[in-house]
Write a protein that binds this ligand. Structure first.
Ligand SMILES: C[S@@+](CC[C@H](N)C(=O)[O-])C[C@H]1O[C@@H](n2cnc3c(N)ncnc32)[C@H](O)[C@@H]1O
Length: 380
């Protein structure tokens, strides 16, 4: 980073975040943590910096199998049903989804191709181990890993695209509202430390994003622009022939995202389960993440014929898929049930976490997971 700034001048925050998270040698997601004894460990999970819903409970995957069975029926039970999981972390979701499919939907499993699109080689290895342990190589010959979405041919997928906390890990551009309009936050390196400065919007792509999504940032407020998330949605749209896109993440509608009370934006850093707002600390050792602008995802999808089906909270989604019935038969004091309480918590993950569902070439669909709407339909 320092050499790049010295050569080219201040860089965008998106470039800084890209290097901090995904530099092949030193990026947070690309490397394992090493302790003083040289022992290596993953950065996600209880021993790491943060946990995610699939690591907290297998119930997200179990309920999703039921939702996918319904989608499979809408698609007429295709001979090759493709489930694409993007950004699979430690492989917890894939492991639980395939296990649950084996136990509860063997017909779907017999027609299923499970693709994992994962950027990080160390996480790919971890995912492989997690899946092999439970499902076994012989039973899951149709699990395949891809480095990036463009590795899939256009129009090649009939089935489901799923991601949990993928989009919040995409690098974002940071901007500030000033009396002269929106300015971009740039990262410079002066006197041995990273400092921020303001400049004009850094590219035509960025200004076009601001124009296309009518983004207004109040004077004195800092916020984010999700240009890469938009490009990802366009890629999903070209690969998907027919089916459903399910995106689970922290986030808001645009109206909520850019309201003036949210003065400092949503960029957060996670290190050993504590949260900070200093992205220039512990570079490559802490996670950087920003909430998702779901309206922008829905609008970009629509311009590519991937149309919104519904938008709800994670809590409502899980309740719609009957998580309460699954829990009824379990030990109420168990870790699993306690973890589920976190996913459903009205002031915790259950509320900030949202589920956006979009479809392509399916006509009208009505999905169980969306039966309890949390918002009015035009919220996006
Ligand atoms: C916050 S983690 C979420 C992991 C997992 N979905 C979960 O919920 O536990 C983000 C994941 O997305 C992956 N990732 C980020 N950008 C990606 C990209 N452009 N393509 C594929 N994977 C990506 C990261 O390597 C990591 O596995």
């Amino acid at each position: 980073m320092i050499a790049e700034i010295a050569g080219n001048g201040p860089m965008t925050f998106a470039r800084y975040m890209e290097m901090a998270l995904y530099d092949p040698q030193e990026g947070y997601y690309m490397t394992l943590r090493e302790n003083l004894n040289g022992e290596k460990s993953q950065r996600m999970g209880w021993q790491g910096d943060f946990y995610t819903a699939p690591e907290l409970s297998p119930l997200l995957a179990r309920t999703l199998v039921q939702q996918v069975v319904e989608i499979d029926r809408y698609l007429g039970r295709p001979q090759n049903f493709v489930f694409v999981e993007m950004g699979a972390g430690t492989g917890a979701f894939a492991r639980d989804f395939l296990t649950s499919c084996r136990d509860e939907a063997p017909d779907l499993l017999s027609r299923l191709s499970y693709y994992i699109v994962e950027r990080s080689p160390s996480l790919r290895a971890e995912q492989q181990r997690a899946i092999d342990r439970v499902v076994g190589h012989k039973e899951s010959p149709r699990v395949q890993w891809l480095n990036s979405l463009p590795d899939c041919a256009d129009d090649s997928v009939t089935g489901v695209f799923f991601s949990n906390e993928l989009v919040d890990a995409f690098p974002i551009h940071r901007v500030k509202g000033t009396s002269a309009g929106i300015q971009e936050v740039l990262v410079d390196y002066i006197d041995g430390r990273f400092v921020e400065c303001l400049g004009g919007l850094s590219s035509v792509k960025v200004s076009e994003y601001v124009r296309q999504h009518n983004i207004v940032v109040g004077e004195g407020c800092t916020s984010e622009l999700h240009v890469q998330a938009g490009e990802w949605m366009a890629e999903v749209a070209s690969v998907l022939h027919r089916g459903v896109v399910i995106t689970v993440d922290y986030g808001h509608s645009a109206g909520d995202y850019y309201r003036p009370e949210r003065r400092d934006g949503t960029l957060l850093c996670y290190y050993r389960h504590s949260i900070s707002r200093d992205p220039y600390d512990r570079i490559g050792e802490q996670d950087l993440t920003a909430h998702v602008n779901f309206s922008a995802l829905a609008n970009i999808g629509t311009t590519h014929q991937v149309l919104p089906v519904g938008f709800t909270t994670l809590a409502n989604w899980l309740m719609g898929l009957g998580v309460d019935h699954l829990v009824a038969g379990m030990d109420q004091e168990s870790e699993e049930v306690r973890a589920l309480a976190q996913l459903l918590h009205p002031h915790g993950m259950g509320k900030t976490f949202k589920v956006l569902v979009q479809q392509k070439n399916m006509g009208s669909v009505s999905l169980k997971g969306l039966q309890f709407r949390a918002f009015f339909d035009d919220v996006l």
